[in-house]
Unconditional design. Structure first.
Lengths: 358, 802
C-alpha cells in the first residue's frame, strides 16, 4: 500500500467516525489547513520534477478532492442530525388552547335594518333621518291626526314634561312618519325615501317594548297609485324573506295619514315555532301602508292635485324576529351577551345583492 | 265589539256561515280578532234523564246513576250532590272532549264501578265560570236533544273597530257594510214613529249647547219593569253583558244594535219636572267641585269641562251626559213611570271626560267616537216600541231640545279618481252602486256630487270615497304595477354619516365587541351622574320609574347591561352601541354616539396575562377612528379634564381643540359604577360621531401615487430621562417632529423607573425609524439627525440617558 493510499484510508475513516461538527472541522484543519497533511503534499509538488509532478499531481489532487467531499458530506450529515435533535427538543403541545378571543357581533335589529336598506336602495330609495324627540305638529297634526281625536290615544304616546316657559309638551315620536313630514317640507317631488329609526310607545309585553325600530317608506310623484304600492311591498317582502314570491293580501285598515289605508298580511304557517311562508291557513299582518292623505300633502306644502303617492311602515325588530326565529321581543334590548352571541351576525356578513342578504 | 251571528242575521239576509262572515268583514276592513264558536264545542253533549241514583258501594260521596241517554240506558258514576232520580241534565258520552275540564272521557272504573259517560255541570261546558252540581234542565226537554239547541249557543264574533267608524259599534252598521260587500241583503227593520198620547210631563232645557246640542226625550207611564225575557237576556249574555232589568236591557240592546246609547230615568225619583243639561259647577265661595254617585256606585268629582245632567232646577246632578247615569234616578223593578233620554254629545268632550274619570262605558265609548247625529229621535222611537212590547205603558209625545249638528254637506267627486289613485278600473255605475249601498247620496254629472250619510262624518273628500269604493270592491283586485325604474343610485344612498355608522358597526364587531341596542331612556338620577337629567328631557308618563329620562350618554345602559351579565355569571363583556344621546329637547339636540364598554374579566390563561386592557381599548379606539377617517395623527390627547364619570387618572379625551372634544375614553369612575351596582374596573369610550370631521370630499376617487422609498430604513435607539409626571406622548411627538422629512416613526419600547434613574423620573426608551429619501445617509448625517432628536427631546424636558 502506498503512503497516499494509507493517508486517504486514515482520513476517510476518521471523517466517517467524527461525531461532531467541531471534530470534522479539526480533521479539515489537520488535512487541509495551512500545515495540514494534504496541504503539505500539495506544497511538496513545487519541488517535484515535471515528470514526477505529472505522475503524482493528479493523485494528490484526487486525494484532496475526495477528502473535501467526505468532509462536506459528513458535515452535512452531522448538521442534519443536529437540526433533527434541536427540532425534536422544540416540540410544543399544540393541544393547548390559544388565548380566547372575544367574538364580536352585529345586533339582529341592525342587521335587518341593513338588509332593508339594501333592498330599498336597489329600488332607488334614499335614507332619511330625523329626531326622536318631536313636536306635536310633526308627529300628529301634520299627519292629519285631529287634535284630541281618539286616534291619538291608539299610539300610547310618551310625553316629555311641559316646557316651563312655553308649556309645549314634546313627544317621543310614535313612528318615523315625522321624518316623512320633514322630508316633504324640504324636498320637492319626486320623493323616494325610507326612514329608519327608533320609535317609542308606552306599551310593554311579549310583543311590545316601549322602544322599537321602524322603517317607513314614502314615494311621492305624479301618477303613483296603489298598484305601485302593492308591487313595491310584494317585491320587498319576497326579497326580504329571500323567496321567489309571497302569497300576500292587502286588507283595508284605517290610519289618519293615509287614504285609502291597508295592512299587508302574508300567508304563513307558524305551527312549528318556525315561520314557513306561502303555506298554511293563517295570515300574519306584517306592515301598514296606504296612499298619502291629501291633508298630509297639503300640510307639508305639496299640492295634492298635482302629486300623490304612498307610504308604508313596518317594525324592524318584529321582522327580524320573524325571519330569524327569535321568540321574544324583550331580550332584544337587554344586551345579554349569550343572547347577542346566539342571535347576532358576523361583522363580515354585510347584506349585499351578490352574496344574498343573509 | 262583539256580536252574534243570529243578531247579524236580523239585519242581513244571508246564508253565510260564521267563517264566511268573518272573512268578509276582514276584507272590508272590519278586523276580526276572534270567532268563538260554542256550537262546535257543545256538539258531543245531549239532554239525558236520571232514572235512579244509588249510593256508590265504595264511596260515600259518589252515586251510581242509571241514565236514559241518546245512547240508551247508561250506568254513570256521578259526584255531584244534586244528582237524583228524575233530574233532566246534560250527558257526555265516552270519547267526548269536555272543554271546561280540558279532558277527553275514557271508560274506566271509578272506585270499582265503570262509568259509561259523564253528567255535566255548566262550568264543564264553559257555559258559566263556576257552578255547584250538574245542570238542572227543564223536564220538558227530550232525551237526546243537542246542547247547542238547549242553550241557544251562538257563534260570537269579536272585532276591532277603528276610530273612524263609530257606526260599526252597532250591528246594523256592520250589516250595511257586509251587504255592500255582497255578503247578503240589508234588512234592518225600519223604525216606525209611535204617536204620543199626552204631552211629556218632563221637559228638557239645554244650558250648554256646545256640549250637548240636541236632547230628545219621552215619558212612558205605567210600565212594568222586571227581568227581561229569555231572548233578550241571552242576546246580552252572549256578548258578555249582564242583564239587569227590562228597561236597562232595552237601552243596552239598542246601544249595540244601532250604536245609539240611551238612558232611562225613574220619573218618581226626579225632583221637579225639568231636566237641565249644563256644564259641571264649582261652588263660587268654597271652590268645591260637585260630585255625582254614578250607576256603578262610585263617586265622581265633576269639573267644568264635563257635561252634567241635573234636575231640581239644575241644582242636583243626576248624570254625566254621554258617560254614565246617576244612581239616584236609576230605574229599578219598582219603576212605574220612565223618562227616556236620547241625546248627542260632543265627541271630544266625552273622550276627555272618559280619560279624566277613567270611565269607559259603552255610552262613553260610542259618544267619544261620534254617534249618528240623526239618531236621537229614531232612538227614542225604537226604544219606545221595545218598552211598550216588553213592559207595557203609555207613551207621551217626544220632546226635543236644541237641534242636531248640521248634516254632512255634499262635495264634488270625479269617479276617475278611483282609477288614478288605486289603479283599479271600475265602471262609473259600479262606483255609484258601492257608494249608494253604503248610504251615500250620489248625484251623477260632471263632476258628481256625493253627500255622506249622517253616520259617516269621517268622509270628507274624494280620497275617502276612493277608499270606500276600493275597500268594498276588494283590495285583492288591485293591480301590481312596478315603480318607474330609476335604477339603483350610482352613488349609493347613504350619506357620509350613515355610511360611517355602518362602517363603525362592522369594525367594532370585527374587533370583538358585541353590538347591543339599549333603551333611549334611563333613570333621571342616573342621567344626572352622566351630565344629564334636565327636567326638559324627563318623560312625564314613563313606562317604569327607572326609565323616566332621555339618556345623556349611552354608557349608563351599557354599564348596567355589563353588570346584569356579571350577575348572571358572565362578567367578561365587550359591548358597543351606536345610537342617540339627547342634549336637549330641540330637533338639533340629538347626537349620535359610538360607545364601547369593556368589562375585562378574562379567564386565566396558561400563556400568562394578556395585554393591558386599557391600552387594548385605546388601540381599538384609535383603529376605529382611523377607519372612520378621523384625523388621528393631529388629535390632541388630554388627560385630567374628563368629566365626572371617568376615573381621573386613567382616562383621557381626544380632541381637535378644547371646543371640539371627539372622544372620552378610559376607566370609569368607581363611584359611578358603584351607584349603578356595577363592579370596577370597567373601561369605555364614547365617540360623538357628529364631532368627528368628515373626510374632505374630493372630486376624484384617485388616490395619488404611492410613495414607496427604494432605500432601506434604519433605526436608532435613544433613552431619555424625564420627570415622572411628564406625558410620554409629548416626548414622542417632539422627537417625531425633530426631522419630519427623515423620521418615519417613533416607537416606545421601554419605560423604566428604578436604579440608575433619579427618583421621581422615568427612562423612556425610543426606537426612531429613519427613512432616507434621496440617498443613503452618511455617518455624519446620522450624527446630525441624532443631535436634532436629542435637542428636540430636551426642549420637552427629556435628557439623554448616559
Amino acid at each position: 500500500m502506498t503512503d497516499l493510499a494509507q493517508l486517504e484510508l486514515d482520513l476517510i475513516n476518521a471523517i466517517g467516525s467524527a461525531e461532531t461538527a467541531a471534530a470534522v472541522e479539526d480533521l479539515r484543519v489537520a488535512a487541509l489547513g495551512k500545515s495540514g497533511s494534504i496541504s503539505g503534499l500539495l506544497k511538496g509538488m513545487g519541488a517535484m520534477s515535471p515528470d514526477e509532478r505529472r505522475e503524482k499531481g493528479p493523485m494528490i489532487n484526487g486525494l484532496r478532492d475526495r477528502v473535501q467531499s467526505a468532509l462536506a458530506a459528513r458535515k452535512g450529515e452531522l448538521e442534519a442530525a443536529e437540526l433533527d435533535a434541536r427540532l425534536k427538543a422544540e416540540h410544543v403541545d399544540l393541544t393547548l388552547p390559544p388565548r380566547p378571543r372575544r367574538q364580536g357581533s352585529v345586533h339582529p335589529t341592525m342587521q335587518v335594518m341593513d338588509e332593508m336598506i339594501a333592498i330599498f336602495a336597489d329600488m332607488g330609495f334614499a335614507v332619511a333621518e330625523g329626531p326622536d324627540v318631536e313636536d306635536d305638529f310633526h308627529n300628529f297634526t301634520a299627519l292629519n291626526f285631529p287634535p284630541k281625536h281618539p286616534a291619538r290615544e291608539m299610539h300610547d304616546t310618551f310625553f316629555l314634561k311641559p316646557d316651563p316657559e312655553t308649556g309645549e309638551r314634546k313627544v317621543l315620536r310614535t313612528h318615523t312618519s315625522p321624518v316623512q313630514v320633514r322630508t316633504m317640507q324640504t324636498q320637492k317631488p319626486p320623493i323616494r325615501i325610507i326612514a329608519p329609526g327608533r320609535t317609542f310607545r308606552k306599551d310593554s309585553d311579549a310583543t311590545h317594548t316601549p322602544m322599537f325600530h321602524q322603517v317607513e317608506g314614502l314615494v311621492i310623484d305624479k301618477g303613483i297609485h296603489m298598484g305601485h304600492l302593492k308591487w313595491t311591498l310584494e317585491t320587498f317582502v319576497a326579497r326580504f324573506f329571500e323567496v321567489d314570491g309571497v302569497d300576500a293580501r292587502f286588507r283595508p285598515h284605517h290610519f289618519p295619514f293615509t287614504e285609502p289605508s291597508a295592512e299587508m298580511d302574508i300567508r304563513c304557517d307558524r305551527s312549528g315555532g318556525e315561520l314557513k311562508l306561502n303555506t298554511g291557513d293563517s295570515w300574519m299582518e306584517i306592515l301598514g301602508c296606504g296612499m298619502v292623505h291629501p291633508n298630509v300633502l297639503r300640510n307639508c306644502g305639496i299640492d295634492p292635485d298635482e302629486y300623490q303617492g304612498f307610504a308604508f311602515g313596518m317594525g324592524v325588530d318584529r321582522l327580524a324576529m320573524l325571519k330569524y326565529g327569535i321568540p321574544d321581543l324583550r331580550p332584544m334590548f337587554d344586551a345579554d351577551t349569550r343572547w347577542l352571541a346566539h342571535y347576532g351576525f358576523s361583522a363580515f356578513a354585510a347584506p349585499n345583492p351578490a352574496s344574498g342578504l343573509s | 265589539m262583539k256580536f252574534t251571528l243570529s243578531w247579524l242575521k236580523e239585519h242581513l239576509e244571508t246564508d253565510a256561515e260564521v267563517d264566511a262572515v268573518a272573512d268578509a268583514m276582514t276584507m272590508a276592513g272590519l278586523e276580526v280578532e276572534e270567532v268563538h264558536d260554542p256550537v262546535a264545542s257543545l256538539a258531543p253533549f245531549t239532554v239525558a234523564k236520571i232514572v235512579s241514583a244509588e249510593r256508590h258501594p265504595n264511596a260515600d260521596r259518589l252515586q251510581v246513576c242509571q241514565v236514559d241517554t241518546v245512547d240508551g240506558r247508561k250506568e254513570i258514576v256521578c259526584g255531584a250532590p244534586n244528582a237524583r232520580a228524575g233530574l233532566t241534565t246534560m250527558y257526555a258520552p265516552i270519547g267526548a272532549y269536555v272543554p271546561g275540564l280540558g279532558v277527553t272521557l275514557v271508560e274506566k272504573p271509578v272506585r270499582g264501578v265503570v262509568s259509561h259517560g259523564m253528567l255535566c255541570s255548566a262550568s264543564e261546558l264553559e257555559l258559566a265560570d263556576d257552578s255547584d252540581g250538574i245542570l238542572e234542565l227543564s223536564d220538558d226537554l227530550a232525551v237526546g236533544e243537542p246542547a247547542a239547541g238547549v242553550f241557544g249557543a251562538e257563534p260570537v264574533i269579536d272585532f276591532e273597530v277603528t276610530p273612524n267608524r263609530p257606526d260599526w259599534l252597532g250591528v246594523a252598521g256592520i250589516a250595511r257594510d257586509l251587504a255592500a260587500a255582497g255578503l247578503g241583503v240589508l234588512k234592518t227593520p225600519a223604525i216606525e214613529p209611535i204617536p204620543g198620547r199626552f204631552p211629556s210631563p218632563i221637559g228638557v232645557r239645554i244650558e250648554a249647547p256646545e256640549m250637548c246640542p240636541v236632547f230628545a226625550g219621552r215619558t212612558i207611564r205605567g210600565v212594568k219593569n222586571g227581568p227581561s225575557p229569555d231572548w233578550l237576556q241571552r242576546r246580552l249574555t252572549e256578548i258578555g253583558l249582564r242583564p239587569i232589568n227590562r228597561l236597562v236591557d232595552i237601552t243596552n240592546l239598542i246601544t249595540y244594535d244601532r250604536a245609539r246609547p240611551l238612558h232611562v230615568y225613574d220619573v218618581a225619583k226626579l225632583v221637579d219636572t225639568t231636566i237641565v243639561v249644563r256644564a259641571g259647577q264649582v261652588a263660587k265661595d268654597t271652590g268645591e267641585h260637585e260630585h255625582l254617585i254614578a250607576l256603578d256606585g262610585k263617586t265622581y268629582t265633576v269639573d267644568p269641562n264635563m257635561c252634567v245632567i241635573a234636575d231640581a232646577a239644575g241644582e242636583r246632578p243626576i248624570g254625566l251626559g254621554g258617560v254614565m247615569g246617576g244612581e239616584s234616578t236609576g230605574c229599578s223593578e219598582e219603576t212605574v213611570d220612565v223618562f227616556l233620554e236620547s241625546a248627542w254629545f260632543d265627541p271630544i268632550l266625552i273622550a276627555q271626560t272618559g280619560r279624566t274619570l277613567t270611565i269607559n262605558s259603552d255610552a262613553q265609548y260610542r259618544f267619544a267616537r261620534g254617534v249618528d247625529t240623526a239618531s236621537p229621535v229614531p232612538g227614542i222611537e225604537l226604544a219606545t216600541k221595545l218598552i211598550l212590547d216588553l213592559c207595557g205603558g203609555e207613551p207621551s209625545e217626544v220632546v226635543v231640545a236644541g237641534a242636531a249638528p248640521a248634516l254632512p254637506s255634499g262635495f264634488a267627486f270625479d269617479p276617475a279618481r278611483v282609477g288614478s289613485l288605486t289603479g283599479l278600473s271600475l265602471s262609473d255605475d259600479r262606483i255609484a252602486e258601492i257608494l249608494t249601498a253604503l248610504g251615500f247620496a250620489v248625484k251623477t254629472g260632471s263632476p258628481w256630487t256625493v253627500t255622506p250619510p249622517s253616520w259617516r262624518r269621517d268622509v270628507e273628500g274624494p280620497a275617502d270615497l276612493v277608499e270606500e269604493v276600493a275597500r268594498i270592491e276588494g283590495f285583492g283586485e288591485l293591480p301590481s304595477t312596478p315603480l318607474p325604474d330609476q335604477g339603483a343610485p350610482s352613488r349609493g344612498v347613504l350619506n357620509p354619516r350613515q355610511a360611517r355608522v355602518r362602517l363603525a358597526r362592522r369594525a367594532l364587531a370585527a374587533m370583538g365587541y358585541a353590538e347591543a341596542v339599549t333603551w333611549s331612556f334611563t333613570k333621571q338620577s342616573t342621567a344626572a351622574l352622566f351630565g344629564g337629567g334636565d327636567e326638559r328631557l324627563v318623560v312625564e308618563n314613563p313606562i317604569a320609574a327607572d326609565l323616566d329620562c332621555m339618556r345623556p350618554s349611552a354608557l349608563p345602559n351599557l354599564i348596567q347591561a355589563a353588570a346584569r351579565n356579571a350577575a348572571r355569571g358572565h362578567a367578561d363583556a365587550a359591548l358597543f352601541e351606536i345610537g342617540p344621546i339627547y342634549l336637549n329637547d330641540s330637533p338639533t339636540g340629538q347626537r349620535t354616539v359610538i360607545a364601547g364598554l369593556l368589562a375585562p374579566k378574562s379567564a386565566r390563561h396558561w400563556g400568562g396575562s394578556a395585554e393591558d386592557a386599557l391600552f387594548a381599548l385605546k388601540g381599538d379606539l384609535i383603529a376605529l377612528l382611523d377607519q372612520l377617517g378621523a384625523p388621528t395623527a393631529s388629535l390632541q390627547l388630554t388627560q385630567g379634564q374628563n368629566r365626572d364619570w371617568w376615573h381621573p387618572g386613567r382616562s383621557a379625551r381626544l380632541q381637535l381643540g378644547p371646543k371640539n372634544v371627539m372622544v372620552e375614553f378610559g376607566a370609569l369612575h368607581p363611584r359611578v359604577l358603584k351607584a349603578l351596582d356595577a363592579d370596577a374596573p370597567m373601561l369605555a369610550f364614547e365617540i360623538v360621531l357628529d364631532a368627528v370631521p368628515e373626510p374632505r370630499g374630493k372630486a376624484s376617487k384617485a388616490r395619488g401615487a404611492a410613495n414607496l422609498a427604494n432605500l432601506m430604513p434604519l433605526t436608532r435607539d435613544f433613552a431619555f430621562v424625564v420627570e415622572d409626571g411628564k406625558a410620554t406622548g409629548d416626548l414622542v411627538r417632539a422627537v417625531a417632529g425633530a426631522d419630519k422629512a427623515l423620521i418615519a416613526d417613533v416607537r416606545v419600547f421601554d419605560v423604566y423607573r428604578g436604579a440608575g434613574v433619579p427618583e421621581g423620573h422615568k427612562s423612556v426608551a425610543l426606537e426612531v425609524v429613519i427613512q432616507p429619501v434621496e440617498a443613503t445617509l452618511t455617518e455624519a448625517e446620522i450624527e446630525a439627525l441624532s443631535a436634532k432628536v436629542v435637542a428636540a427631546a430636551s426642549k420637552t424636558g427629556g435628557q439623554l440617558r448616559s
